[in-house]
Design a protein around this ligand. Structure first.
Ligand SMILES: [Zn+2]
Length: 305
């Protein structure tokens, strides 16, 4: 189901990089990582200025959070290996901290005081409208499964190529933006092979995205965030039907809306089955000497397929 314009999709098509899922890790605050090889080096930068305030809500099948905000903080770790041919430059740096600070501050500034809009959500219907010619104004309408909707000024939104506005997916997006700013060929030249971006939405509540610096198409300097998230490297959210206590507690679940995820067969399939049963009853194919049982209905359905 397409919810956004083809024009926007085209705008967000980037050349795809060679990706290694082995290096994709999300971890919690214990900062657990693989042991570093000998002759390796790393730098980590996380300044008080690497922060942004933003509004968001997470939404997936039959669930959405209420609109709320966080004071996000980010950190960047760069890992290199002298044995890989990299050397600390004549300036004595792995990389000048000033480079990282400039890029991170710029990336944070772009997100600051915006609504983080996940343009490839599979449960939100997102419609863009332009009220003027240059497209700087206009609005973003977000319709939710539970029937509620929001309308934001477009200039207050960051239209992100992600599926869920989670800290994890935000980490993938920020990784790509920071890589673009730091320039992948430059990092590779200095022996840096891997970058981690940590995103904290609150103290002690953070996710880290770690990935190799792409060597192919590195001139474009961006990860294809949309494809990376949507094409299998991230495990989909499980069906929440069995654990809908949480969503009911929060008052966001539509009690009458059945789950439409593939695991549950989907509302379309259920509707088709009802139609088949109705046809079987109406044309007399479904008959029973006594009351119709569930087994009779199952048998009628199996004869249809
Ligand atoms: Zn949140």
């Amino acid at each position: 189901m397409k919810k956004i314009t083809e024009e926007l999709l085209d705008d967000r098509q980037h050349s795809r990089h060679s990706l290694s899922p082995i290096l994709l890790t999300f971890h919690q605050t214990d900062n657990h990582r693989n042991p570093a090889p000998m002759n390796s080096f790393e730098v980590y930068v996380s300044k008080d200025t690497f922060k942004f305030n933003a509004a968001h809500f997470v939404a997936f099948q039959n669930y959405r959070e209420r609109l709320h905000g966080h004071n996000y903080k980010i950190g960047v770790r760069l890992l290199g290996d002298r044995q890989g041919g990299g050397k600390i430059g004549p300036d004595g740096y792995v990389i000048d901290f000033g480079n990282i600070k400039a890029v991170c501050k710029q990336v944070c500034k772009r997100l600051n005081e915006h609504f983080l809009c996940p343009m490839y959500s599979d449960v939100l219907k997102i419609t863009l409208s332009d009220d003027d010619n240059d497209g700087t104004k206009g609005s973003v309408r977000v319709e939710c499964q539970d029937g509620t909707h929001f309308v934001f000024p477009k200039q207050d939104c960051m239209l992100l190529p992600i599926v869920h506005a989670t800290t994890e997916e935000l980490g993938i997006y920020l990784w790509s933006e920071i890589l673009h700013g730091l320039h992948a060929p430059y990092l590779l030249q200095r022996g840096i092979h891997t970058m981690e971006v940590t995103v904290a939405e609150a103290p002690g509540q953070e996710a880290t995205f770690r990935h190799a610096i792409p060597t192919e198409n590195s001139a474009t300097g961006k990860l294809d965030v949309r494809h990376f998230i949507m094409e299998g490297d991230v495990i989909p959210m499980p069906c929440p039907t069995e654990s809908d206590k949480t969503s009911k507690t929060q008052g966001t679940q539509s009690a009458s809306s059945p789950c439409s995820c593939p695991d549950c067969g989907g509302t379309t399939k259920f509707s088709e089955q009802l139609q088949q049963l109705a046809a079987a009853i109406n044309n007399g194919r479904l008959q029973s000497k006594g009351p119709i049982s569930a087994q009779d209905l199952e048998k009628a359905l199996s004869e249809q397929t």
